[in-house]
Design a protein around this ligand. Structure first.
Ligand code: UN1
Length: 504
């Protein structure tokens, strides 16, 4: 553990505020400890109000110069950052595992996701295209161009402490913006390590202030960012409750927000589904990251004809899941991130019977492991009317709900407040297309014959309803990090007005 930490330049105590350089702070010290065994990983001095003010002032000042650097040159810096992340993939992946508890292949996969989006952003740096339009006026030319927006506030959650930062920051950086990052207080060391990689790469260009960091202990800094007029766009990932607060504060000053909030993702398993695809898809989706992905499968909607087979095969697979130290080979599920998460798991389990469900597998905290944060992956026999299944519990609980036909299944899929990800397993193209149609899944992501999680960076990531409506990562998400300017040029000798208006 110590080797990993020191290879990433982490000390026993680390500064938690970086603007143009390290910003000194008299803030409280935050202890980062591993959910694996409770061991202290390091300490971080949180940003106090003065440090925060300095960081944002620096980020704004750096923006004023960074925006003038040609976009492909900005891409060049991002390429070097991507390469530096490649070099540190193993140690950073291990740090992610140590700090939040996901298994090592997933920790490394998350760093790969950051590398992938860096690559994407490099290409994008030469493709920040605007459209040109045909003017209705003679000798006029119209086009739109995309300019850098300003300081982007990036508030990230514990569960993807590297990838979600990268989705936002790599894109923002090529767009000519600077980034103020507030990581989760559960994963500050990952943020400090990544930030120092970015800064050391950016140093040679004199632009290390493109990537700044404020570590806080509690919601205060997030609130400060949300109401800060110097931050024109705030991208926030986390709970619906947090997102509502951010949206209100950003909306109050008419800023822009990109929200990626709770999910309550379902897979529909039709009676013709290929179980060889269903099993690995649902297993990874429901149990991966110990059920702590926004995209985790929380509900399996299973055709009544195959309900018993599904449950039997799934419980058989669950029985084989090795729970334990996520750094050990063969372990598929590490701990939950905190005692609060364990309490939320227990509270949900406690409601199952009261709401008419029953536990088919699991339901217990695992004793005898290195910390009290390990829980059993759980399968629940449920029905669509249960209140519990409409809520997102950030834990590995899979509600298995029967249905009779595809219309009922789609209604169940959509019958929750959240709208992030969804999937259907079927070999029937008509049914698949119905699920994907305008009257089908209402989610931001809809898959066929794969699970709901593990999205690639190339698509826009996010969802509707209580998920917040934001889109990050690939496709044209970059547009939110820029301001659009529509330009009309008159190269003639007359001054015609639009809409044929004759004035005077
Ligand atoms: C999240 O849980 O906030 O699609 C992000 C996935 C990952 C990202 C999850 N690529 O599961």
């Amino acid at each position: 553990m110590r080797d990993t930490l020191s290879s990433l330049g982490l000390e026993a105590t680390n500064p938690g505020a970086f603007g143009k350089g390290v910003v000194t702070s008299a803030g409280p010290t935050l202890i980062s400890s591993s959910p694996i065994d409770g061991a202290e990983l390091g300490r971080i001095v949180c940003a106090d109000v003065a440090a925060y003010e300095q960081v944002v002032a620096d980020a704004h000042e750096v923006f004023l110069e960074w925006r003038k650097v040609p976009a492909p040159e900005r891409g060049n810096l991002v390429r070097k950052i991507g390469n530096a992340l490649r070099d540190s993939k193993h140690s950073l992946g291990k740090l992610v595992s140590l700090e939040m508890g996901k298994i090592l292949p997933e920790g490394e996969g998350e760093v790969q996701e950051a590398i992938d989006i860096a690559d994407f952003a490099v290409g994008l740096s030469r493709q920040l295209y605007g459209k040109s339009m045909h003017s209705e006026r003679r000798h006029h030319r119209m086009y739109e161009q995309w300019h850098p927006l300003g300081v982007i506030g990036v508030i990230t959650a514990f569960n993807f402490p590297a990838a979600v930062w990268a989705w936002n920051s790599m894109i923002a950086a090529v767009c000519g913006d600077t980034v103020v990052w507030k990581p989760s207080e559960l994963t500050p060391l990952t943020a400090v390590a990544i930030n120092s990689i970015c800064r050391s790469v950016a140093k040679e260009t004199g632009f290390e202030g493109v990537f700044s960091l404020v570590v806080g202990d509690g919601p205060d800094l997030g609130k400060r960012i949300a109401s800060d007029r110097r931050v024109p766009c705030v991208s926030a990932t986390g709970s619906c409750r947090m997102g509502r607060e951010v949206a209100k504060a950003v909306g109050d000053r008419l800023g822009r927000s990109i929200l990626e909030l709770g999910g309550n993702n379902a897979v529909i398993v039709m009676d013709d589904a290929d179980m060889e695809l269903v099993m690995p898809g649902v297993l990874f989706g429901a149990v991966g990251t110990a059920g702590q992905r926004c995209t985790t499968i929380r509900r399996a909607l299973v055709h009544e004809k195959i309900y018993d087979t599904f449950v039997e095969r799934m419980t058989g697979a669950y029985r084989q899941i090795k729970i334990g130290n996520p750094l050990e080979k063969g372990v598929l599920m590490g701990p939950l991130v905190s005692q609060t998460a364990v309490e939320a798991y227990k509270a949900a389990i406690g409601r199952v019977a009261k709401e008419g469900g029953s536990i088919l597998y699991g339901g217990n905290v695992v004793s005898g492991l290195a910390s009290p944060l390990y829980v059993e992956p759980t399968i629940v026999r449920a029905h669509g009317a249960m209140e519990l299944v409409k809520e997102e519990t950030f834990a590995p609980i899979l509600y298995v709900i029967p249905f009779k036909g595809v219309d009922e299944a789609i209604a169940l899929n959509n019958g929750v407040p959240q709208g992030l990800s969804s999937a259907i397993f079927t070999r029937n193209i008509t049914i698949a297309e119905r699920f994907l149609s305008a009257a089908g899944s209402d989610c931001g992501i809809a898959n066929v014959n794969i699970g709901t999680s593990g999205a690639e960076i190339g698509g826009a990531f996010g969802g509707e309803k209580d998920t917040g409506g934001g889109r990050e990562s690939g496709s044209d998400s970059w547009k939110q990090y820029m301001r659009r300017q529509t330009t009309t040029i008159n190269y003639g000798d007359d001054a015609p007005l639009a809409q044929g208006v004759v004035f005077g």
